[in-house]
Ligand binder design. Sequence first.
Ligand code: LLP
Length: 433
Amino acid sequence: MSAPESVALPFLPGSPHLHWRDGELWVEGVPVTELARTYGTPLFVYSAGAMRSAAAAYQRALAGRDALVCYAMKANATLAVLELFARAGCGFDIVSGGELERALRAGAEPQRIVFSGVGKTRAEMRRALEVGIGCFNVESLAELDVLDEVARALGCRAPVSLRVNPDVDARTHPYISTGLRDNKFGIAHEQALAAYRHAASLPGLEVVGIDCHIGSQITTLEPYLDALDRVLDLVEQIEAAGIALPHLDLGGGLGITYRDETPPTIESLIGATLQRLDARGHGQRRLLLEPGRSLVGNAGICVTEVLYTKTGPHKNFLIVDAGMNDLPRPAMYGAYHAIVPVRPRAGTPTVWDVVGPVCESGDWLGRDRALVAQAGDWLAVASAGAYCMSMASHYNSRGRAAEVLVSGPRSQLIRAREVPSDLWRQERALALD
Ligand code: LLP
């Protein structure tokens, strides 16, 4: 059955894997209504094809080079998603012992894991050394000393890269901009050479590279190329001082379209990067990348049911069954996610704030959205593959949503909806008087 002419099918980031057919939303070969009926809501739905094709775009652009794409798993750390990227030949960028265990569980090759983050504990370092990860991205002099000590105690040498802070403005949200000198991340450009000399002098460390990551949701090429130039200046200085840097890790950060952004494509980002590397005579150096959002962000949606409509003199609200505990980005960053009906209706749209059931005024998913909707309808919150489930919480004692992966005509539950006993599994009854 086709949709009536008058029903406008809204823009939805994530095509062609997310698309309209017969007047309703499909993920690959499966109608979203069928998934919502089968698995309930709120429900995260991911397209395996979209994830695979993003990984393939990086790999194709890097073909013929000595390069490794390390998926920044903080974006979406669900095991089946990690397995998909491991099978696609990706390594992983991790930031905690928990992420290390998840990556290993998903079949990651330890040599293809890089460990980022400003606050690694001794226990995390030890475990990562024992399993033999590829590289520690070290963020401070103090961390270098501790890592040296931990490695010597284990009788091994830790492979290290220093994360340098190139002091460029990624022109993104202040909370996700990391390459400016006032950020907590990385080692200041002017201290980098001395830090490398120190690292090279420590017997428990083996310098294997240099890295930088300037921020997330970057939508222009310039900050990348500025950072690259700054890092290459350092590479030249450090190697002139006799310290070899076998690899260059350029971090992640490529933005996606949430609304009307036009970020560089994966091909153009990698193309421009390789061109600059070649122009400066660094084309042979091993290259690592740590993309997160651009691999998974637009591969996913969150399907939510309208519970109630509430119209008033000043505002109209669509109250839905997903909240800020499921989709924290609007509350945390004021982020925009497109919200579309799964089966658009004909009619005159009303302007609504789409809000969740959590007891906070900050619990909104979208403001001033023109939609034709009524209680019982399903809505899809777009661009929900990255930094949604991985940032979800139990606030208000809400169990986390289920997740489904779609590949062609098939779907698979990859995370069951949490039940109340999952919420208190680690808690103990009161035993004190
Ligand atoms: N590498 C490092 C060292 C990082 O800190 C990050 C992200 C990435 C790679 C991956 O960046 P991506 O390619 O995903 O932009 N929760 C925020 C995003 C925080 C990003 C933190 N670091 C959000 O929801 O927008």
